[in-house]
Design a protein around this ligand. Structure first.
Ligand SMILES: C[S@@+](CC[C@H](N)C(=O)[O-])C[C@H]1O[C@@H](n2cnc3c(N)ncnc32)[C@H](O)[C@@H]1O
Length: 252
């Protein structure tokens, strides 16, 4: 395994070559299986409508949940004892995921709620509330070994921030803002630790690691998204920074 690398590969194939107990933290954002969003095709290109059709093609809900279980079992194998894990999900699958993390061997700890302050607005004719929440399940392999407690008012299982905007925004449709990732990576890992993200997307976990001195390894299936990640790495390496590690890379 090369540190600070995103492999253009299916995560299940990639993780199979990782040794047991190497990761200090798992931080990840898998596909959400939002097939129900297909009836809002007109909104498909809006950045806040989570319609990842190109990689959300599971044949059934069962297949989707089985896939998550397979990934989480691999995560458990490669996690160090005491490693934490964070997995983003929508409100529709959160209770299944709480149980799957336990089935995979982890302890379920808490669900964290991200309130998006600028969601796509509710549309009168759809008679639904705006999708202004995303959730993240926190779990651990035994009792967490790293817990860098922040001021008490920053330790709520709730965070409020806009969706990714401005210079940070890439063309990836479901890019998470660094603002909602960094605090958890800082709480549950230390500089020099290894963070695993099986679903890198636009590379947000990798960027959070580069900015905070953690090492990372991850996977991304989609070629275009790998190019976005490489672009973010290049931009980072060209900016003055404190990063002392080897050059981050996407390996195809
Ligand atoms: C929800 S997105 C992650 C977004 C990411 N958190 C960000 O901020 O950009 C999930 C990503 O997982 C990728 N993906 C889906 N199945 C995969 C698999 N089996 N192996 C690796 N990547 C996969 C998709 O292409 C997609 O980019």
């Amino acid at each position: 395994m090369r540190l600070n690398t995103v492999y253009h590969q299916n995560c299940l194939e990639g993780m199979a070559s990782l040794n047991d107990g190497v990761a200090d933290l798992i931080f990840t954002d898998p596909p959400y299986y939002q097939n129900r969003a297909q009836n809002i095709k007109g909104l498909k290109n809006h950045k806040d409508v989570v319609t990842e059709f190109e990689f959300d093609g599971f044949v059934s809900e069962e297949a989707y949940l089985q896939f998550l279980e397979d990934v989480l079992r691999e995560c458990y194998r490669v996690a160090k004892p005491g490693a934490s894990g964070y997995l983003w999900c929508g409100d529709d699958f959160v209770s299944y995921i709480n149980r799957i993390v336990t089935k995979a061997g982890f302890q379920f700890r808490k669900v964290i709620h991200w309130h998006k302050t600028n969601p796509f607005p509710a549309i009168h004719t759809r008679k639904m509330f705006a999708n202004s929440m995303e959730l993240m399940v926190h779990f651990s392999k035994g009792s967490p070994k790293t817990w860098n407690h922040k001021p008490v008012n920053e330790m709520h299982n709730f965070i409020e921030a806009p969706i990714c905007m401005g210079a940070e925004r890439t063309p990836h449709k479901t890019q998470k803002p660094l603002r909602v990732c960094l605090p958890y990576i800082e709480i549950s890992s230390n500089p020099g630790d290894l963070v695993l993200d099986p679903f890198m997307g636009s590379g947000t976990t990798a960027m959070a690691c580069l900015k905070t001195g953690r090492d990372f390894v991850g996977y991304e299936l989609n070629t275009e998204y790998c190019q976005i990640i490489q672009g973010r790495f290049t931009e980072f390496m060209n900016a003055p920074s404190l990063f002392q590690g080897g050059e981050p890379k996407v390996i195809y």
